[in-house]
Design a protein around this ligand. Structure first.
Ligand code: B1M
Length: 215
């Protein structure tokens, strides 16, 4: 198992879509849990890519190839997740998106996938979503939870703007706000008046359940 997972990681680091898919399929055929493939294989790979980008070893096109390789494999794994997206049990409705100015979607998509597989209905607004659009969607879809993802220190402040927008629109009390993304911390969540923070997709599901008192 470890060998296959390591090959998945390596294929993402190399930015090869075909190789990543090949090793992900091999891992699935060996009966490895899709969540483990994502968390221990794909995510580890893209983190390494981020480190190489940060130290100038990789450039933007390298990061884009790796992101595409990961995203493609995540899509392939989605129908194999326990419960599946079509699960009949609906625990609550989550409106989810990535903040304005931020195009990072892989983590948000994994959170969406895990929420769906756990029985939540998810309305995914995509990336680069304005505060106004977040607030409108909460009202329109009568969301139980608003999930806001931000991947950059330069865009995380948008999460605070969205909480303020909900307050201005008089709909803050009717919805729980869950925030996440690489630069986000529990302290930040408290500071901006969010109801919860999750460091990863599994914790996001746990937190969403806690927020609604469901299991
Ligand atoms: Co960009 N990028 N990027 N990037 N990118 C980072 C974030 C960066 C840290 C890289 C680095 O320098 N080391 C850096 C940000 C620095 C900062 O904070 N200021 C950075 C930068 C600078 C940029 C650009 C500005 C680069 C440039 O153009 N010069 C540019 C910005 C574009 C924009 O958004 N306007 C840019 C572009 C890109 C790509 C397009 C190439 C690509 C994104 C492709 C896509 O998403 N379709 C990309 C990628 C892939 C990364 C890294 C390498 C990986 C991000 C990722 O997908 N991680 C990233 C470095 C890193 O994070 N180590 C980096 C895997 C994913 C599973 O994890 O997204 O953290 P993550 O999600 C996790 C948790 O955070 C959590 O659960 C997820 C699953 O476990 N989580 C939530 C996420 N959202 C949540 C919401 C929740 C709860 C939990 O509740 C609602």
């Amino acid at each position: 198992m470890e060998d296959l997972i390591a090959r998945v990681t390596e294929a993402v680091v190399n930015g090869s879509k075909a190789e990543t898919l090949k090793w992900v399929k091999a891992a699935v055929d060996q009966g490895i849990d899709p969540v483990a493939i994502i968390e221990q294989g794909l995510t580890k790979g893209i983190q390494k890519v981020g480190d190489r980008f940060e130290c100038g070893e990789y450039y933007l096109p390298d990061m884009m190839l790796s992101a595409e390789a990961m995203g493609n494999s995540v899509e392939m794994l989605e129908p194999l997740m326990k419960g599946g997206a079509s699960s009949l049990r609906k625990l609550g409705k989550v409106v989810l998106g990535t903040v304005e100015g931020d195009l990072h979607e892989i983590g948000k998509n994994i959170v969406a996938m895990m929420l769906k597989a756990s029985g939540f209905e998810v309305v995914d607004l995509g990336v680069n979503v304005t505060s106004g659009d977040f607030a409108r969607a909460v009202g329109e879809h009568k969301a139980d939870i608003l999930g806001i993802s931000a991947l950059m220190t330069t865009t995380q402040t948008k999460q605070a703007d969205i909480v303020s927008q909900l307050e201005r629109d008089g709909i803050r009390k009717g919805v729980r706000v869950l925030v996440g993304g690489a630069p986000i911390t529990a302290e930040w969540a408290r500071k901006i008046g969010a109801d919860g923070y999750a460091p990863d997709a599994i914790s996001a599901v746990k937190m969403a359940k806690e927020m609604l008192g469901v299991s």
